[in-house]
Design a protein around this ligand. Structure first.
Ligand code: BG6
Length: 300
């Protein structure tokens, strides 16, 4: 691991700090503190489990029932979904990146108080089914939370085709009171209707039953308005053609052993990536960088 030169700011409160801790299940984690915010990241899955601005409730939902065990995904926060999304025959759901312990490669505190950390997915037997590649994940914490998943195809002659998705769980006061904006007119695969292709007709998507929609060919910003918390959450993205919106609702919540029966009331997943027909085919030597910026403001 390399650590950049310490920032030269003389006010210690204006500098970002990184503390290494044993988190839940004794798993190694990083606690990041900046003048504006705090964040927690587990090496397991390079999983951001929390981001909180000083004057706001937590931005991310984390299940009280989550497992914190090697080899199992954490329920909540931001699972890194790669190199495939959804089911893949015989291989489990949502890829292997979220269940591997990533290597911490760099901690970069900036003079303005921001902190960036960079992780790398270690080599693992599952990766042998793909052309040689590297996957780096850079998390930057300041007034907002910026996530970058950088995949490089290291093959000299083979294309690398994969899906990626930052499966973000947001904390909301009441899922039935929120509205999700920015998807009107976008085509989606409705997973609760056997992947039927539909078009979103509303500019204010609401949750009143199980929602599991893969929106395709959409690069635009999505906003979540939460009138009960009094907050607007903004999801801005680059090199992401898909947005997935998911709330498991009542029956599915009961089926998930690592999710509370009533927790669906307090979360919504708005996931940014490239999935299904938006999967990425990288030529030999090619680099793909998925960038997602999460920010929030108080509703007046
Ligand atoms: C969403 C999928 O992205 O993830 C849902 O669209 C799925 O179908 C959900 O249920 C959670 O998946 P998992 O594997 O974390 O339980």
């Amino acid at each position: 691991m390399t650590t950049s030169k310490p920032a030269t700011n003389t006010d210690p409160n204006a500098l970002g700090r990184v503390t290494f801790l044993d988190g839940q299940g004794d798993l190694p984690m990083l606690e990041i503190s900046t003048p504006w915010s705090t964040a927690e990241i587990y090496l397991l899955g390079a999983h951001v489990t929390q981001f909180k601005k000083k004057d706001e409730p937590p931005l991310l939902f984390l299940s009280q029932c989550s497992r914190f065990n090697e080899g199992h995904p954490i329920r909540g926060g931001i699972p890194v979904i790669f190199p495939w999304f959804g089911q893949r025959e015989g291989l489990g759901q949502h890829g292997f990146a979220r269940v591997k312990s990533w290597d911490l490669k760099e901690v970069l505190p900036a003079p303005d108080g921001s902190v960036s950390v960079r992780f790398r997915l270690p080599d693992c037997p599952e990766a042998a089914a793909f052309p040689p590649f590297t996957a780096d994940y850079v998390v930057t914490v300041n007034q907002s939370l910026t996530l970058q998943l950088i995949v490089t195809n290291q093959s000299k002659d083979a294309e690398f085709t994969f899906e990626n998705c930052l499966h973000t769980y947001f904390e909301v006061a009441d899922a039935t009171a929120i509205s999700i904006h920015g998807l009107k007119g976008v085509s989606y695969l409705d997973k609760v209707a056997s992947f039927l292709e539909k078009t979103e007709t509303s500019d204010a998507l609401r949750v009143a039953s199980e929602v599991d929609r893969i929106f395709l060919n959409t690069a635009g910003t999505v906003e979540i308005l939460d009138p009960r918390i009094g907050r607007r959450i903004r999801v801005e993205k680059q090199s992401s053609a898909s947005t997935v919106v998911w709330n498991p609702w009542i029956a599915k919540s009961r089926q998930m052993s690592d999710f509370g029966d009533e927790e669906y009331e307090h979360m919504i997943c708005v996931e940014s990536g490239n999935v299904a027909s938006n999967s990425i085919s990288l030529p030999p030597g090619g680099i793909s960088t998925l960038t997602v910026k999460l920010s929030s403001e108080t509703l007046k």
